[in-house]
Design a protein around this ligand. Sequence first.
Ligand code: G1P
Length: 290
Amino acid sequence: MSVRKAVIPAAGLGTRFLPITKVVPKPMLAVLDKPTIQYIAEELLSVGIDDVTIVVSPGSEIIKDHFGESNELEKRLLADGKLELYSILKDTMKFKVNYCVQKVANGLAGAILCAEPFLNGEPFALLLGDELLWANEGQTPCIKRLVDVYNKTGKSVIAAMEVFGDDVSKYGNIGVREETDGVITVDRIVEKPSLNDALSNYAIIGRYVLSGEVIDMLKKLTPRNNEIYLTDVLDQLAERGDLLASGFEGDRYDVGDKFGFIKANVEFALKSKEIGDLTAEYIKELAKKL
Ligand code: G1P
């Protein structure tokens, strides 16, 4: 079955970004002029997925409003002949968005189970809301690579990147069974291992395409520390030889982290047609003073 649905877990409270996150949900923080959640949803346009379930924390209604209609503003922009702005506004309405509120902080597995009623047992793309992936011109978007691998093999597939030193312990870690044409057959998965326990330098990043059976597998898990973990299901799939991993092209920004968020803002400002040149000049001047 082809991949028609996606889940974006975005229920973190964003306390690292207080005070702005007191009333503004973290997924609504803007990189330049667009909320991070919209960039992430737009990755899905490369694979024609518009059915998106966003898993939010209580009090995040503003996210619903962001992807909803805006009749007054639409009429106003049209009447004023501001067609470019009208088209920017229309871009926020391209998705059929379902929302579910994750009432308890029970992690990634909890977020997926929260989205279950919208998935109908189908395979789904999973895009973690703290990571923004950007494919430059001529590059294949990460989620497209994963969907292509899934379509070819019917197996769940995760995105991987190489990490070194202490960074190894920050991510799910991938043991390699074999690697052909840039696609890894995963042997084992361990979540955030110590350097000694790491299986390789390959880390899981926040893009996955998962087969529908993952939901039942999650439900059958025995909790560890009172919680269930997606990593445990990935490890079961790996043990059966049913989990693949693929690298990605482009840039990855950890927008859940203050420095990652600033890097994204600086780089998107540099890419901007409107203020790219100004920003570049400003950065050069500023660098002289550092
Ligand atoms: C989650 C996953 C982890 C993965 C990471 C990618 O961890 O559990 O396997 O490497 O996302 O960002 P978290 O960052 O939510 O702790």
